[in-house]
Write a protein that binds this ligand. Structure first.
Ligand SMILES: Nc1nc2c(c(=O)[nH]1)N[C@H]1C(S)=C(S)[C@@H](COP(=O)(O)OP(=O)(O)OC[C@H]3O[C@@H](n4cnc5c(N)ncnc54)[C@H](O)[C@@H]3O)O[C@H]1N2
Ligand code: MOO
Length: 419
């Protein structure tokens, strides 16, 4: 066996992976623990938002028509209807009356406008009544948010599949969803492979490297709202590797393997993929880096093989594993790309699309992309420097500065966009 494999396109690989990445089950969790999960059902409101007409300022609720003639030369005086501002909805004002209201509080029946207290003087009338003095008219509805201004009763607020972020959490709380029904976090087992890979605590000998992919994959999984069930490292021993894979498949929704996936003599995972028969989804991609990425279905579960080379492992995760985890967690699994201007040319020609680790910045209001210096499959530093994958299309010549390219912004990309 010379190890020749047919390369498929990234689109086709993603399609094959997503076909096996069904959403995992759903559960009710306390709202305070639901951040980052996706809703498994749509959320509607059974009350208008806001539920009642509310004041936007501390001040006085009035009928705007009463103030139509107010001016500094001819002030309008309204009698203050005494009462508890927090309970203003239980009162009714007539023409000629005003009532104290508080920010966010209800209006008395009959009021249509709030005048902020800084614009109101108070006086005592001859018969001892408290009066509010107005020096100018006010637009009807000023400083009042009508009931239902944001959403009518029965409206759909959040579609199934929406990720719960800060705004969604506040909205769910406001409509009384104490335990949203959300997708479970996909459970993922990570297995790194190779005799040449030693634990972080060890001093590597010549030919050895410390296991950087293990913590990298854990962090990537977390950023995709997945959960690492456990991780393990296996030596170049086929029986042990296969046993570990089976354990992983039994425990997890998805197994991610890193290293040993190629055609080298000691590439134990590559052997497992080659034996997968009809379970093989692909074992070579027409992209760089990550061309060695593979996927099989084993024991009915998805197993994604990523290169041991850190840069290729990272790209493979972003392009293949992230969509799978997103889909399993209730998302679409589609990767969003946007357009950016390449600030520096890319010298190499490409037979296949190339996904460079790069930095995208906002310059003069436009996205500008620069490839990181060391962009090889084995490159390490650029993984931490990059905030985007830059898609360089196949080309027989240099991709010139100024070319518009697709870029995939990575989670937290903004942090590096302004440095
Ligand atoms: N004859 C061929 N050789 C290779 C091919 C090919 O098609 N034909 N593909 C090349 C490509 S592309 C890649 S990428 C690599 C993939 O290799 P493996 O996934 O089998 O990775 P290893 O050989 O195990 O390791 C490669 C490299 O990465 C280091 N490594 C491995 N695991 C880790 C880890 N957990 N943390 C940090 N670094 C790790 C390892 O020490 C090696 O240096 O194959 C090409 N060859
Ligand atoms: O999977 Mo390999 O580069 O394509 O790095």
């Amino acid at each position: 066996m010379n190890g020749r494999r047919d390369a498929i396109s990234l689109d086709e690989a993603q399609r094959r992976i997503l076909a096996w990445a069904e959403p995992v089950g759903a559960e009710e969790v306390p709202l305070l623990q639901a951040s980052g999960r996706r809703l498994a059902e749509a959320v509607r409101t059974d009350a208008p938002i806001p539920a009642f007409a509310r004041a936007g300022m501390d001040g006085y609720a009035v009928r705007a028509a009463d103030l139509a003639s107010a001016s500094p030369h001819s002030p309008v005086m309204l009698e203050i209807l005494e009462g508890d501002a927090r309970d203003a909805a239980g009162y009714r004002i007539q023409s000629g009356e005003a009532m104290r209201v508080g920010t966010g509080g209800p209006l008395p029946v009959g009021a249509d406008t709030v005048v902020m207290q800084e614009a109101v003087a108070l006086r005592q009338s001859d018969d001892g009544m408290r009066q509010a003095v107005f020096l100018r008219p006010e637009t009807t509805g000023r400083h009042v948010t009508a009931a239902g201004a944001e959403a009518a009763s029965g409206s759909m607020l959040l579609a199934a599949g929406t990720r719960i972020g800060p705004g969604q959490a506040a909205l769910l709380a406001s409509v009384g969803v104490a335990k949203p029904y959300v997708y479970r976090k996909p459970r993922i087992v990570v297995i790194t492979a190779g005799d040449d890979v030693v634990p972080v605590e060890c001093e590597p000998m010549i030919g050895q490297v410390r296991n950087g992919n293990q913590p990298m994959l854990r962090a990537l999984i977390e950023s995709a709202a997945g959960e690492t069930a456990w991780d393990a490292h296996v030596p170049d021993e086929p029986h042990e590797a296969k046993q570990m894979l089976r354990r992983g498949l039994a425990d997890a929704d998805l197994v991610i393997v890193s290293g040993g996936i190629s055609v080298g003599d000691t590439d134990v995972m590559g052997g497992v993929f080659r034996e997968a028969g009809p379970g093989l989804l692909f074992s070579k991609l027409a992209i760089r880096p990550g061309s060695a990425s593979s996927a099989i279905v084993m024991d009915g579960k998805l197993l994604i093989g990523l290169s041991g080379n850190p840069g290729a492992c990272f790209a493979g995760f972003e392009l293949l594993a992230r969509p799978a985890i997103e889909r399993m967690g209730g998302g679409s699994g589609a990767l969003d790309w946007c357009r950016a201007r390449l600030a520096e040319g890319f010298m190499k020609s490409n037979a296949n699309p190339r996904f460079l680790r790069g930095v995208v910045r906002i310059e003069d209001g436009k996205l500008t992309a620069r490839p990181c210096d060391e962009n090889s499959s084995s490159g390490l530093l650029s993984i931490g420097q990059a905030n985007a994958l830059l898609a360089i299309p196949p080309s027989a010549e240099e991709t010139r500065p100024g070319a518009m390219i697709d870029v995939r912004l990575l989670p937290g990309w903004e942090e590096r966009a302004w440095q």
